[in-house]
Design a protein around this ligand. Structure first.
Ligand code: KG4
Ligand code: ZN
Length: 346
């Protein structure tokens, strides 16, 4: 079964064709980075206008590159949540029109579920064990992006229980805000990651929030760290002569340590030792290295090109709804927030 997946939740305009929920036939990702860079952040109005301009050609290219024609597409899956409303509306409306015109099923997808699904796409060999079996549920999910920081238990592709989340800023947002404040460039996360490799991560001793008790054991907080880096640099200085790279390295070290502590608490309490990471921040090299050092854990990261927003993960997860015979009505609306995740403190 060939599913067309469309993703326009933020600043990537993406469409892909995926066969049987696993094999990527095409995955076009048109990034709007140069249009948002002058503002060091995503400008929602620009994002939705660019999606409107690009969506037709991006979908056309995805179908052409897949070697198929419109008639070969069996269903359309699209992100309808969470994201920027104007951006979501472009992809959602296009997908509905495509489905209606082609008389094929239409499936609206929560793209945070899709981030957790991304490693299951072929190309993610880490999911295949030496005996050929695939990693199964349940596992612990680490969803880390510009808008979300979620530690969860996944019992199926759409059965997610949130164990912990951020009580204020998302981890990706902290990377972006620090980069913006110091004019490191845009997009912030990737640039800080690169700069940190040349910096001294002991130049500053930034504070780690004390969220380690009771219901907060799996929660994280980034506004304190962000404020310390932006407004109180001198207070946490260990080294007199420091560079921008030192700021980046010390910030990144603390940001990753905060995530790890909450995640390891969840490992300890649930006994789950397989971690699947997803979202833009899953591309972070220190996070990958630190999780890789945890010998008792099996850590699965999507390939770098599938960490950020992309149509392939949407098409992939859409297939599983189809297999269950589930479609969405053509009056489905977008939502800025994640919906349908359960919340539970084990
Ligand atoms: O999932 P994503 O593409 O979009 C959504 O937010 O949904 O994630 C984007 C976020 C941004 O905050 C970006 O700075 C961050 O992912 N990011 C990184 C890295 N690459 C992207 N953060 C840290 N290290 C990276 N290498
Ligand atoms: Zn995303």
């Amino acid at each position: 079964m060939k599913v067309l997946g469309i993703e326009t939740s933020c600043d990537e305009c993406s469409a892909a064709v995926v066969a049987d929920g696993e094999k990527i036939l095409s995955n076009i990702i048109a990034t709007q980075v140069p249009y948002h860079a002058p503002w060091s952040g995503v400008v929602p109005e620009i994002a939705s206008r660019k999606h409107t301009e690009w969506i037709y050609s991006v979908v056309k290219e995805a179908i052409e590159k897949s070697g198929l024609t419109v008639k070969d597409i069996n269903a359309v899956a699209v992100t309808n949540r969470p994201g920027l409303m104007g951006s979501l509306l472009v992809g959602l409306s296009f997908a509905k029109a495509f489905a209606w015109a082609s008389n094929i099923p239409f499936i609206a997808v929560d793209h945070m579920l899709a981030h957790l699904y991304a490693p299951r796409l072929i190309g993610s060999e880490q999911l295949t064990m030496s005996n050929g079996d695939r990693v199964g549920y349940p596992f612990l999910g680490l969803l880390v992006s510009g808008g979300h920081t979620i530690i969860c238990r996944a019992d199926d592709f759409d059965n997610i229980t949130v164990l912990g989340t951020t009580i204020d800023d998302a981890v990706g947002e902290a990377f972006d805000k620090v980069a913006k404040f110091y004019n490191f460039g845009y997009p912030g996360g990737m640039i800080i990651d690169k700069m940190a490799q040349k910096g001294d991560n002991k130049a500053f001793r930034f504070p780690v929030p004390s969220l380690h008790k009771g219901d907060h054991r799996y929660d994280v907080s980034y506004s304190g760290l962000k404020n310390a880096v932006i407004n109180q640099l001198d207070l946490f200085k260990v080294k007199a002569d420091y560079t921008n790279e030192d700021i980046a390295a010390s910030f990144q070290k603390t940001a990753v340590a905060i995530l790890l502590r909450a995640l390891l608490n969840a490992v300890e309490d649930t006994g789950l030792t397989t971690i699947v990471a997803g979202g833009g921040v899953a591309a972070n090299s220190l996070l990958r290295a630190k999780l890789g050092e945890q010998k008792k854990l099996r850590c699965i990261f999507p390939p770098l090109e599938l960490c950020g927003d992309n149509g392939a993960m949407i098409a992939g997860i859409g297939y599983h709804y189809l297999v269950r015979g589930e479609h969405s009505p053509l009056n489905t609306t977008p939502s800025a927030r994640v919906t349908g995740f359960k919340k539970r403190y084990p």
